[in-house]
Write a protein that binds this ligand. Structure first.
Ligand code: ADP
Ligand code: MG
Length: 555
């Protein structure tokens, strides 16, 4: 036993798992780990409640790896996660904690990838199965005995799972699991729906709750900037001039906004990319890989697409659009300050969002300080600071290697070294503005939100009216589907809803807005498991006509 893993060793974890933790570099168990690990090892059912970033994955992965039997080549533990990203992240964590457990195999089962290889890995004796509920149900339909040998079940991020409409899938999965099993549920929040699941499917569970005063925010410096919606992109560009970031993730609300902002950043020379639900899975994984290895520095993402991103070099989170609730704010800023590092979170708030700001302060128990938009002088100082920093290391050797060339060039050009150095600076900085007058021309000052504009906003000026006319953004994780049946076919919203509920087997709250138009209708449905749902509805008829629901793409 080493000094470093002392805290973990006392919990009763398998020695080969302990050595793996040392290699990963964990020193002490986090509070949720210290409390949950002994309970899970003792075989109890458990409800663990703790915020994002508190180390819930290891809290269940370490004891489960200690409990399984590597000699038995069959599924022994099932971990359910709400999204592909999270499933992959959990599977990767299991892999890293099991490097010293020969014979232990982990398989990730999620939508958007072919089923064949997943099934093969399952049949080849993976003991740990990490799955999204939708795809796992697809597998169960082909092989209902798939989960017969599972002895440990984990519902990770249970609240997110229900938000994404997985209730029915969960019922199917519970049905397919042996009665005698250990069930563990982890969640950041415990709404009534989760407590209902726990009552029905857990046996005398132990409760562990880590107080909402999160460790996550402790190391994250939070600030906000008041800005008008139409000036957000300009404000982001200006902030980036003065913020000293390594990698950064910017959150926006819509898919289109990810594309727009990423394009604006790329145009300014940043290594930036968009991440949203429309982007294919393998491409998303590549974006995250690039962010990890430095081929990208900025990712502009929606909440769903960014869930579970764990990239240690992220130093900054920009909340370009306000999150929908304080929980998702905490989720978002938890993308920085990973593994105990320091991070900075900056929120762009419009005057009407002041109230949400107060709620966030209350929930995180921390002050969010106001910052002003950097002015031209600050931009200039920052550019010069960067240039100085870039030149500094060259001074030691440049004269030896390039001094003679300098002499020759001054002679050939017939100029003073100062004139030549200035010319070289122009070239080296690619024509970047490096004096006040030029910077002011290049970036006309974004006006700070004065009282006049604020009043206009409250009274519903142009700006606000324009916002109200814009199409309503889709909730995260939902997509719009279209049918050619509309009002002229005698369709009403309740017929459509009834058909989808009955034939599709969805929970009522999984279905979003329904819009009936003259010649067609739109309905918002969960993205996860969509293909399967549309398959189920293939032959559905409404008002005597074939429904033929299809995914609808606005662009
Ligand atoms: P949660 O699921 O609660 O949001 P994660 O399990 O994803 O949190 O862990 C968040 C981060 O903290 C990960 O980068 C993980 O590697 C790291 N971590 C977890 N436990 C420890 C620990 N005991 N010591 C140091 N880092 C840890
Ligand atoms: Mg987690």
């Amino acid at each position: 036993m080493t000094q470093e893993t002392g805290g973990f060793a006392a919990l009763g974890i398998h020695p080969n798992v302990l050595t793996a933790i040392t290699a990963v570099g964990y020193e002490e168990p986090s509070p949720i780990q210290a409390q949950a690990i002994p309970q899970i090892l003792a075989g109890h059912d458990l409800i663990g409640q703790a915020q994002t970033g508190t180390g819930k994955t290891a809290a269940f992965a370490l004891p489960i790896l200690s409990l399984i039997d590597p000699a038995k080549r069959e599924p022994q533990a099932l971990i359910l996660a709400p999204t592909r990203e999270l499933a992959l992240q959990v599977a990767t964590a299991f892999e890293s904690y099991s490097v010293n457990l020969p014979g232990v195999k982990v398989v990730a089962v999620y939508g958007g990838a072919p089923m064949g290889p997943q099934l093969k890995a399952l049949r080849q004796g993976a003991q740990i199965v990490v799955a999204t509920p939708g795809r796992l149900c697809d597998h169960l339909r082909r092989d209902e005995k798939l989960l017969n040998t599972v002895r440990h079940l984990v519902l990770d991020e249970a609240d997110e799972m229900l938000k994404l409409g997985f209730m029915d899938d969960l019922d199917v999965i519970f049905e397919a699991l042996p009665e005698s099993r250990q069930s563990v549920l982890f969640s950041a929040t415990l709404p009534a729906s989760i407590r209902g699941i726990a009552e029905k499917h857990l046996r005398e569970p132990k409760h562990i709750k880590i107080a909402a005063k999160t460790q996550t925010v402790a190391k994250i410096e939070q600030a906000y900037l008041m800005v008008h919606a139409d000036q957000k992109a300009a404000a982001v560009l200006r902030l980036l001039e003065v913020e000293d970031f390594d990698a950064l993730i910017a959150f926006v609300r819509t898919k289109q906004a990810t594309l727009d902002l990423a394009a604006a950043l790329e145009a300014k020379g940043y290594k930036a990319a968009a991440l949203n639900g429309d982007i294919a899975q393998n491409q998303r994984e590549r974006v995250i890989e690039f962010l990890k290895d430095g081929r990208l520095d900025i990712v502009v993402a929606t909440d769903v697409a960014a869930r579970g991103i764990d990239v240690p070099r992220i130093t900054h989170v920009f909340n370009v659009d306000m999150p929908y609730d304080p929980e998702s704010y905490v989720h978002r800023i938890g993308r920085t300050g990973r593994a105990g590092r320091e991070g900075r979170a900056l929120l762009l708030a419009t005057p009407r969002e002041r109230r949400m700001l107060q709620v966030i302060e209350r929930v995180t128990g921390q002050k969010v300080t106001e910052v002003k938009l950097p002015d031209s002088k600050q931009v200039l100082d920052s550019r010069i600071r960067r240039l100085t920093k870039a030149l500094q290391p060259l001074l030691a050797t440049a004269e030896a290697s390039h001094g003679e060339l300098l002499d020759r060039l001054t002679t050939e050009l017939g100029c003073e070294p100062r004139a030549l150095a200035a010319a070289l600076l122009v070239k080296a900085t690619n024509g970047q503005a490096l004096n006040l007058a030029e910077i002011e021309r290049e970036q006309p000052l974004v006006p700070n939100s004065g009282p006049q504009r604020e009043r206009r906003d409250r009274e519903g000026g142009d700006h606000e009216r324009r916002e109200r006319r814009a199409p309503q953004p889709l909730a995260e994780g939902r997509v719009r589907c279209r049918t050619a049946l509309g009002a002229r076919d005698g369709i009403a919203a309740k017929n459509l809803l009834g058909a989808i509920l009955n034939e599709g087997g969805l929970a009522r709250d999984a279905i979003g807005r329904i819009q009936i138009r003259e010649t067609f209708s739109l309905v918002e449905l969960p993205e996860e498991g969509l293909d399967r749902l549309l398959g189920k509805l293939k032959d559905t008829r409404v008002a005597g006509k074939s429904l033929k629901l299809r995914r609808y793409r606005e662009d």
